[in-house]
Design a protein around this ligand. Structure first.
Ligand SMILES: NC(=O)c1ccc[n+]([C@@H]2O[C@H](COP(=O)([O-])OP(=O)(O)OC[C@H]3O[C@@H](n4cnc5c(N)ncnc54)[C@H](OP(=O)(O)O)[C@@H]3O)[C@@H](O)[C@H]2O)c1
Length: 247
């Protein structure tokens, strides 16, 4: 008889970095739940690709910033599929603005999705993982949360918040063998960075010692390691994947 595959949930997996992470985890033997909020078609394309590679998964649409939806979804996952082994909090948005023009609604939205969303999902996943006495939770933060970036103060606040949050719960959950780590990507080619002008891209690359933008797979490789038993002694860490732009 086949052994049941470990279960992973990747938030914001309909495109970009999340799609690459979901695909990689499926290739590494996880059954992967592909979360999205509005783009079901793109999420289905990711799932079709995973199936074409011989992997298994399911779509799992919900809004990470809605705590009731999150709790309901995680309960139903537990009932139908069993407990999660890995949670990757990747869903994120940016609404860029200089501080004096920062609107309350944009600040609220950014904090709600990028920080509170990750906290809601982590809390719901930890409940399941604690009973199992194993699990790996991986937050996708940003280099901007470490270095700061003009015009991105709300985003930086949310992404930096993930660092303090994750270190705290790494301490709370360590005795249950639940590991919590943070990945801080630099500039990665996705829809999020697609809006940059050529001049902006050139300016960014001047500060990247390796001299090129990363690809979503560069983040997925580290996440795959952090989700695997190979990283069993690593928790509470913040690991940059940024071409050297922040050290
Ligand atoms: N790209 C970079 O250079 C870079 C650098 C540092 C950090 N990051 C971080 O890496 C993560 C992924 O970035 P990306 O560039 O791949 O982003 P992206 O291409 O813009 O994709 C964002 C993903 O998040 C999902 N999402 C947005 N709001 C959501 C919500 N409320 N509930 C559930 N899902 C939601 C989107 O779903 P829909 O498709 O349904 O809208 C989509 O799957 C983000 O946290 C981002 O901050 C990216």
């Amino acid at each position: 008889m086949h052994q049941k595959k470990p279960l992973a949930l990747v938030t914001g997996a309909s495109r970009g970095i999340g799609a690459a992470i979901a695909t990689r985890l499926a290739q590494d033997g996880f059954e992967v739940l592909i979360n999205y909020t509005s783009n079901e078609k793109k999420a289905q394309t990711v799932l079709d690709h995973i199936h074409s590679l011989g992997g298994t998964g399911e779509l799992c649409g919900f809004d990470v910033s809605d705590s009731e939806q999150v709790d309901e979804k995680f309960e139903s996952i537990l009932k139908t599929k069993g407990p999660l082994r890995t949670l990757v909090n990747n869903a994120g948005i940016t609404i860029d603005s200089l501080l004096l023009r920062l609107k309350n609604e944009d600040l609220d939205k950014t904090i709600s999705v990028d920080l509170k969303g990750a906290i809601y999902c982590t809390r719901a996943a930890a409940k399941q993982m604690m009973k199992e006495r194993q699990g790996s939770i991986i937050q996708i933060s940003s280099v901007v949360g470490e270095s700061g970036n003009s015009g991105q103060s709300a985003y930086a606040a949310a992404k930096a918040g993930l660092l303090g949050f994750s270190k705290s719960i790494a301490k709370e959950l360590g005795t249950r063998q639940i590991r919590v780590n943070v990945v801080t990507p630099g500039f990665i080619s996705t829809d999020m960075t697609g809006a940059l002008t050529e001049a902006q891209k050139e300016a960014i690359l001047r500060n990247v010692p390796l001299g090129f933008f990363g690809e979503p797979q560069d983040i997925a490789s580290l996440v795959a390691f952090l989700a695997s038993p190979s990283s069993r002694y690593i928790t509470g860490q913040v690991i940059g994947v940024n071409g050297g732009m922040y050290m």
